[in-house]
Ligand binder design. Structure first.
Ligand code: ADP
Ligand code: ASP
Ligand code: MG
Length: 439
């Protein structure tokens, strides 16, 4: 029974919460524990790096560093006794490193080094605490384990062989950082915001864990986004595919890449609440739930629509291939696509290469761009032959203008595009009509 446990920023956000985390780690007999940075840290580090890139002398950098010193020294003071001085020395070194790196800012490398400091410091403090409590705990350096290649793919074989040699002792609690890794140049890198969930899934996959537990500040995956919608509820069980779809389409509780490494090896993922460990949470596994039609909704912001009008070419063979090739060249994935006789509309969630894409697409027809959209993704047991399904969903959105719809691509999900200003309204109205009624 080798379990990998991951704790997010709020879970390790104070001395009191770190004590609860230690209780859970011990009670569960965690083989590997993956920790995020204390809540608020990564946001502050992102601000510091942004300021350093434009104005390395900015006084605001000092303000953010003071905030971090206060937060971490407060936690260390409350949590540690014998190893307090060791932790405070490490805090000083970390602050100095961030200050120096900001002052001599060297672009993305400096940014990634600065961003890594939260996880490194938090995991160091927690490991000292576990040792003080009398447990055998050992800190592993995640960038020595998780290596990405030039295509951003993690080398699973390397991770597996590194961990084999490192985590042999059954009585030791191995602690490591989420989020951070090494890139193909051997430099510090990360897995993207919220990436600690993915770290845990990768490690779980590499050691063929019996389960991966993601401990956070809510009692599992809810049927709708609780930040925007009233009367949401936790879902006790869901399939890998549904969870992956919800994470991809914006359910912040899980980093979108988390499910794949666990699905590949059939490792169940449990979403649990650190503040209420007895709550059932959500179990994500191969098992499908066919008892209800509608299971959950998620929303993803920052979506750009690209419409290509081309009376001349659309119905011709090879037109869509040419369109797709342009997106491939610019390494930009497409989320939704709809076609008509004279136009094709696509959505993307990254505008990094938008100008270059539009330039290339101009050869194919007239191009229109619309920004500030949101994809609302409804997942469930959506058999399209079911009479009245489309009508029920349309009633559910209650008149909110729809810009695009992707229906019938799978039996599992339906994606709808709305302007972001309508997102809250459409999520709430879907909740009220499709979920409260127990459909
Ligand atoms: P952590 O810091 O533990 O990784 P996150 O903030 O990344 O936590 O994720 C947990 C948060 O995700 C919750 O507090 C909740 O506001 C938000 N969230 C968004 N959508 C959902 C959903 N469908 N179910 C549960 N939580 C969700
Ligand atoms: N600390 C990182 C972030 O805030 C990674 C994580 O929490 O998963 O994005
Ligand atoms: Mg998270």
């Amino acid at each position: 029974m080798s379990k990998v446990l991951k704790f997010g920023g709020t879970s390790v956000g104070s001395a009191g919460n770190m004590r609860m985390v230690a209780d859970i780690v011990v009670a569960e007999g965690a083989a590997v524990t993956v920790l995020s940075a204390m809540s608020g840290t990564t946001n502050a580090l992102v601000d510091i790096a942004a300021l350093a890139s434009t104005d390395p002398g900015s006084g605001k950098i000092g303000g953010q560093l003071d905030m971090l010193v206060k937060k971490y020294s407060g936690c260390i003071g409350e949590l540690l006794r014998d190893s307090k001085q060791k932790a405070l020395t490490r805090l000083d070194e970390t602050i100095k490193l961030i200050r120096d790196e900001a002052a001599g800012y060297k672009g993305p490398y400096s940014e990634r080094l600065i961003l890594a400091q939260g996880e490194l410091l938090t995991s160091y403090i927690f490991t000292l605490y576990m040792n003080e409590r009398g447990h055998k705990a050992q800190l592993l350096n995640a960038p020595d384990l998780i290596h990405k290649d030039g295509e951003e793919k993690v080398d699973m074989d390397f991770l597996e062989s590194r961990l084999k040699g490192l985590i042999g002792d059954k009585d030791t609690f191995y602690i490591t950082q989420g989020f951070i890794c090494t890139d193909h140049r051997g430099e510090m890198d990360n897995l993207g915001r919220g990436g600690s969930d993915y770290s845990a899934a990768l490690i779980g996959g590499a050691i063929n864990a019996s389960q991966v537990q993601v401990w956070t500040d809510i009692d599992g995956m809810h049927n709708n986004d609780p930040r925007f919608v009233e009367n949401t509820y936790p879902i006790p069980r869901m399939s890998f595919d549904e969870a992956a779809e919800l994470a991809y389409f914006g359910a912040k509780i899980l980093h979108p890449a988390t499910i794949q490494p666990c699905k590949d090896r059939g490792i169940p993922v449990f979403l649990k609440n650190t503040m209420d460990p007895q709550a059932e949470g959500t179990m994500i596994s191969e098992q499908e739930d066919n008892s209800r039609t509608f299971h959950a909704v998620a929303a993803k912001d920052g979506i750009t629509v690209i419409r290509i009008y081309s009376a001349r070419m659309l119905m011709a063979y090879g037109f869509l291939r040419k369109v797709f090739e342009i997106f491939e060249q610019h390494r930009t994935p497409i989320d939704m696509i709809t076609t008509s006789e004279v136009a094709v509309s696509l959505t993307i969630d990254s505008d990094c290469h938008l100008d270059a894409i539009v330039e290339d697409l101009k050869d194919l027809g007239k191009i229109e761009i619309e920004k500030n959209n949101t994809i609302v993704c409804l997942v469930g047991n959506l058999e399209h032959q079911q009479r009245g399904l489309a009508e029920t969903i349309m009633r559910g959105i209650n008149g909110v203008p729809l810009k695009m719809i992707s229906y019938g691509a799978s039996h599992r999900s339906i994606a709808m595009l709305v302007e972001t200003r309508h997102k809250k309204e459409v999520l709430q109205s879907l909740n009220d009509s499709l979920f409260s009624a127990g459909c």
